[in-house]
Design a protein around this ligand. Sequence first.
Ligand SMILES: NC(=O)CC[C@H](N)C(=O)O
Length: 365
Amino acid sequence: MRARFILEDGTECVGTAFGATKQTLGEVVFNTGLTGYQEILSDPSYRDQIVTMTYPLIGNYGINRDDFEAVVPHIKGFVVREHCEQPSNWRNSQTLDSLLKDYEIPGIAGIDTRMLTRKIRYHGTMKGLITTSTAPLEELLALLRQTPMPTDQVARVSTKSIYNCKGFGPRILLIDFGAKNGILRELLKRGCDVVVAPYNITASEIKRIQPDGILLSNGPGDPKDVPQAINTIREILGQYPLFGICLGHQIFALAAGADTGKMKFGHRGGNHPVKELASGRTYITSQNHSYAVKADSLTGTELVITHLALNDESIEGLSAPGKQAFSVQYHPEASPGPEDSSYLFDQFLQLVTKSKEEQSYAKTR
Ligand SMILES: NC(=O)CC[C@H](N)C(=O)O
């Protein structure tokens, strides 16, 4: 079936519908990964976004049971160059088309996604519409331009109640702003006793859980849309070892007094070079973000820049050494992407162990 993809700047592309046949509207973002579409479409950080892949062949290894980053897919729509209807892989259990149908997510194929990406890079992030309607372009553009984007994504993707993934290691409180499975997997792999809590957990509830460390997860939208979480983190900063990832990094920075802003088109892909300033080493990282911490807002805060993006020199890592806290803008859990930065979870657990030792030493004196 014929479908149309319309961008806010008036660009119209005609392609073929796949997945659900319904109209969808959202912020359009591009991802440059060559593989990993299953992890991308299920990453809760993409909530309400229409994702376009620059790599032209999508769906060719199908969908499998194990590579989801959340129980359900979260993207609002999928725009691809070529959609594969006959996937081949030993783990394949479903086609991309049938998955998107199951979850009522529309897709459009036959689109020059690299042209789209160049437009987004030039004009900045825009809204887009996938539709099978035959209405005049002007009418659809008016709808697109008038529809505001939601700001309550974190509340929709975060867990509604606290739960425990039992382990015999240190107790880590994972505050779920839309956490990817990959983060939980890295903690459980290291034996942690993980308590997963909703985004709006309060400082006194945190105290009752008695965590040995706190991990602030990734998540969708603007970090300033969760002011309550920023205040809670500000209250507890310095009381527990803390590690922030992506949205968690931004929330940590805001809590520590810095500011964040929206980037022109963000970073999404599996090959973003990041320099770790202390060692001078460059890591190839997995990324997915539209917002970044503003460098000039760090003056007067306790925050120190630890990592920089080599493509545009934006901040990719921060630390507040006096507060046993650090964070990265990229994804050390990979999924999808390179696993080179998984050592950051070890660093976090070293910080947790050191802090526990210091506390028990203090008790004996
Ligand atoms: N992956 C994430 O946590 C994304 C953080 C935030 N929503 C951003 O787009 O910048």
